[in-house]
Design a protein around this ligand. Structure first.
Ligand code: APR
Length: 313
């Protein structure tokens, strides 16, 4: 039996950290691709030289072209520019739409049966670009956002209550922007909803911090955006697929009549297994929350319309 192959496009902060996580988890062989000459090769070699110390047993290679990515089981797209302080994710649209289009075209030539996980921002619109360009079914095109946003929410709850992150389950749905929708009712500590564990104003404060979680990091880093947590989140999605775990994770997916949404990419709870997105779960939402989800999806739709003014897809 051959090992799985995961290609990571863009070997910058998120891409290289994703490669590291994938190697540490021994999920398969990793190929990193970047346009910067020699850089992905250098990072791949560095990671190979880390293997004897840490003990992972996979091959990691770097390239400036796509030949080595042929036959990938999963391709994680992280290529594109990150935010700088004061920028919204939407400000990246024009640059990253072109990059994601070009990358997707190259990727699918070599790996027509692969599963695409997009990380580049603005996330939901970039997944839309990858979907249009690849022509793949929704099962094989998804975006990483909800796992990260939920992880941020979990981290803040853990800090607030002084309990292990392990005990905290959280769900954040909607687009990966300021209007994302953290679901307080379905966010629990050892099974108890957080709404029963803290006053409403604290729940609201943590929701606001979660919505601005990316910007909080950008403000601190000053030169780019978060990468440890985004990389770990993308690797978790790869694991769920490669191990056919059937894990329920919030992912950006094409809604097809779920939650009253149709034809728009937005964060929803999905079951991830070897087939990619195997199912979209519909959970009951209170009216206000459902409205928030629709507002967020409307914003994504506007961005996707803008994409068509920028590139031909
Ligand atoms: N093909 C391949 N790689 C590309 C291309 C391209 N057409 N265009 C840019 N890249 C590479 C850059 O050379 C760079 O090495 O993408 C990499 C991006 O890395 P960083 O600048 O370090 O950005 P990073 O923090 O990794 O964020 C990447 O993920 O979370 C999102 O918002 C973030 O859109 C951003 C993306």
């Amino acid at each position: 039996m051959s090992r799985a192959k995961i290609s990571v496009i863009g070997a910058g902060h998120v891409g290289a950290t994703t490669a590291l996580r994938l190697a540490e988890m021994e999920l398969g062989d990793v190929v990193m691709v970047d346009i910067v000459e020699d850089m992905p090769q250098g990072k791949a070699l560095d990671l190979m030289e880390m293997a004897p110390v840490v003990g992972y047993d996979v091959s990691i290679t770097g390239a400036n072209g796509y030949d080595d990515t042929a036959g990938s089981d999963i391709v994680v797209i992280t290529s594109g520019i990150p935010r700088k302080p004061g920028m919204s994710r939407d400000d990246l649209l024009a640059t990253n739409a072109k990059i994601v289009k070009q990358v997707t075209e190259e990727v699918i030539k070599k790996s027509p049966d692969t599963i695409l996980i997009v990380v580049s921002n603005p996330l939901d619109a970039m997944v839309y670009v990858a979907h249009r360009v690849s022509g793949f079914p929704r099962e094989r095109v998804m975006g990483m956002a909800g796992v990260l946003d939920s992880a941020r929410f979990r981290a803040f709850i853990s800090m607030e209550l002084g309990v292990s992150v392990d005990n905290i389950h959280a769900f954040v749905l909607g687009g990966h922007g300021d209007d994302m929708v953290p679901l307080a009712k379905y966010t629990t500590v050892a099974g108890v909803p957080i709404t029963e564990l803290m006053p409403p104003e604290r729940v609201e404060a943590l929701i606001t911090r979660t919505r601005q979680g990316g910007a909080e990091i950008v403000k601190l880093l000053k030169t780019g955006s978060a990468y440890y947590s985004p990389a770990a989140s993308a690797a978790q999605m790869c694991e769920a697929i490669l191990k056919d775990q059937k894990k329920i994770l919030p992912c950006c997916v094409l809604a097809q009549d779920e939650y009253g949404l149709d034809g728009v990419f937005v964060g929803l709870p999905v079951k991830l297994g070897s087939g990619g997105v195997e199912e979209v779960f519909e959970i009951e939402l209170e009216d206000g929350v459902r409205d928030e989800l629709h507002t967020s999806a409307g914003h994504v739709k506007e961005l996707c319309d803008k994409v068509h003014e920028l590139i031909e897809i």
